[in-house]
Design a protein around this ligand. Structure first.
Ligand SMILES: O=C(O)CCC(=O)C(=O)O
Length: 267
């Protein structure tokens, strides 16, 4: 069966309760269970497989679309992420604008959301995790303060495959005094406030751009695929996706050039 934009059931709307909205505002994150059906997730899983097979020639450290993560033991670089991905996948593009997501965001923002960026993380077996950080970079002028991320679990996410871990109630401000730093040390947060985002395929977590988070290595034999879709409130800069990717890729290029033998490109 061909995967098309119509495959996603866009007629359903999210039911985000007042308790869930309160949880998001109080804790900096909320989980919406079973937002996408098993049948839809089968198609999204097939789409992830298709992208990996069809664009295998794109998977190159010089391609600004791709990033790699070292194996947690051997250090071997493993393909990690397509960022962006919507231009390769009409289905994933459609997911970003699915009314179940956008209506939940509109309830959070009290106004429409704009897509800011999207990345498809594969987290291959053995891939290392992410160090603790807040997504909003303090040193990036103009980054929208309403930035938040919708995490759609494509595979089930558990402690054994390195689910994302968030820390409750820190989304009121930056945790680092030095704006040039991005990664946080573990003592910036209290471990008792850690929540493992253990999600079934089709569950969604929404977390604030200042919610500290990270993850452990994928110790399982399978991928831990997740779609990280980030948005801003419309009144906070409008549609900035293109200007963001222009600036982001310029930054990646500057970072890559001194350490690489070839010329970075986007494809
Ligand atoms: O994939 C993960 O577990 C975390 C990803 C993450 O923190 C990020 O992309 O900012």
């Amino acid at each position: 069966m061909a995967i098309t934009a119509q495959t996603i059931d866009t007629g359903r709307t999210a039911k985000i309760s007042s308790e869930q909205l309160k949880a998001y505002h109080d804790d900096g994150f909320v989980i919406l269970r079973s937002l996408f059906s098993p049948a839809e997730m089968d198609l999204i899983q097939q789409e992830c497989d298709r992208l990996l097979a069809e664009y295998s020639q794109f998977i190159d450290p010089l391609n600004l679309r791709c990033r790699f993560m070292p194996h947690h033991k051997s250090g071997e670089p493993l393909f990690e992420v397509f960022d962006p991905v919507n231009d390769l996948s009409e289905l994933l593009h459609q997911v970003c604008f699915d009314v179940r997501i956008t209506s939940a965001l509109e309830a959070i923002y009290q106004e429409p959301a704009e897509l800011f960026k999207e990345k498809l993380i594969y987290k291959m077996p053995g891939a290392n995790g992410y160090r603790l950080h807040q997504d909003i970079p303090q040193s990036w002028p103009g980054w929208p303060c309403s930035f938040l991320t919708v995490l759609l679990a494509i595979d089930g996410c558990s402690r054994s495959n390195g689910c994302t871990e968030v820390y409750r109630g820190y989304h009121g401000g930056f945790l680092l005094a030095d704006p040039s730093e991005y990664m946080l040390s573990d003592d910036c947060v209290c471990q008792s406030r850690r929540e493992f985002l253990e999600l079934g395929s089709g569950d969604v977590a929404i977390f604030h751009g200042l919610t500290p988070h990270g993850s452990a290595a994928n110790q399982s034999a399978g991928t831990r695929r997740a779609f990280y879709i980030s948005y801003n409130a419309r009144s906070d800069g409008g549609d900035q996706r293109h200007s963001h990717y222009d600036a982001f890729q310029a930054m990646l290029k500057d970072r890559l050039i001194p350490e690489s033998t070839g010329v970075p490109y986007f494809r």
